[in-house]
Design a protein around this ligand. Structure first.
Ligand code: 13P
Length: 263
């Protein structure tokens, strides 16, 4: 039986004092005996603050990105061994914001290449994380144009196949896949729960083909994209949705605790 998982992706938000206030509130608001696994992914700079506050709690924490090389002259980057040393349980990989696939263009098109993570670099990052026993949260999802062209399933299959190339099913038992339709991220447009469940079911069938039934059955598949307190229970009660990857709503302790209760 897969345990429900709710992950707060704080993105580029929260100073150390804001993070402290948010975590202190969450520890009061979320029942420590909940059956739901909860994790927070803050920025690298607030990771240690969050880790310290959560040290005796049931919450996990993780990072929002990683570089695949083990160390060396890679200015501005952080390796998987450094994340392991910081006690990270999870790490997000292949988010549409690091792949440079924005729902609505918030940056000039000419700058998109700065962000452009590919299926190949996602694959290298996954391998680096698995080597350090950090559970990857692999994000996949289609843009609005891809959905309108009815290529959603094909796009997601290609993202999964490329990202998981050369990885064995047994290595990915604790892995997580997050279905995040790009058009639903930060837009307030949540994917209809039946459609989100259909795509998550498609992802599980693809994992069965890429790995095997046992591995596919153990991987948790999350939905992300405008999850909030009011829609969490509907989304998370769908048969193929094992929880959520939550952006905006994770910045507000009350709202995030409602999302966790929804799970
Ligand atoms: P929002 O919940 O703000 O739509 O963001 C979703 C997301 O990108 C989580 O990784």
């Amino acid at each position: 039986m897969r345990k429900k998982l709710v992950v707060g992706n704080w993105k580029m938000n929260m100073t150390r004092s804001q993070a402290t206030a948010a975590i202190e509130s969450l520890l009061l608001l979320i029942d420590p005996n909940t059956d739901v696994e909860v994790a927070i992914c803050p920025t690298y700079l607030t990771l240690e603050t969050v880790a310290h506050l959560l040290r005796r709690s049931h919450f996990h924490y993780g990072a929002q990105n990683v570089f695949w090389m083990p160390g060396g002259a890679f200015t501005g980057n952080v390796s998987a061994s450094m994340l392991a040393d910081a006690g990270c349980t999870f790490c997000i990989v292949g988010h549409s914001e690091t792949r440079g696939r924005f729902g609505k263009l918030e940056v000039p098109e000419s700058t998109l290449s700065y962000f452009s993570e590919t299926n190949e670099t996602v694959n290298l990052k996954l391998k680096a994380l698995l080597y350090q026993s950090i559970h990857p949260i692999l994000c996949v999802g289609e843009t609005l144009a891809e959905r309108e062209a009815e290529t959603t399933d094909a796009v997601i299959y290609e993202q999964l196949k490329g990202a998981l190339d050369g990885i064995e099913g047994v290595e990915f038992y604790n892995g997580v896949v997050a279905y995040e339709p790009v058009w639903a991220i930060g837009t307030g447009k949540t994917c209809d729960s039946a459609e989100a469940s259909r795509v998550c079911g498609f992802i599980r069938r693809a994992l069965t083909e890429i790995f095997d039934a046992d591995a596919a059955d153990s991987v948790r598949i999350l939905y992300g994209g405008s999850v909030k307190g009011s829609n969490a229970a509907d989304l998370f009660s769908q048969p193929d949705i094992d929880g959520g990857l939550v952006g905006g709503a994770s910045l507000d302790a009350d709202e995030f605790s409602r999302v966790v209760r929804g799970a």
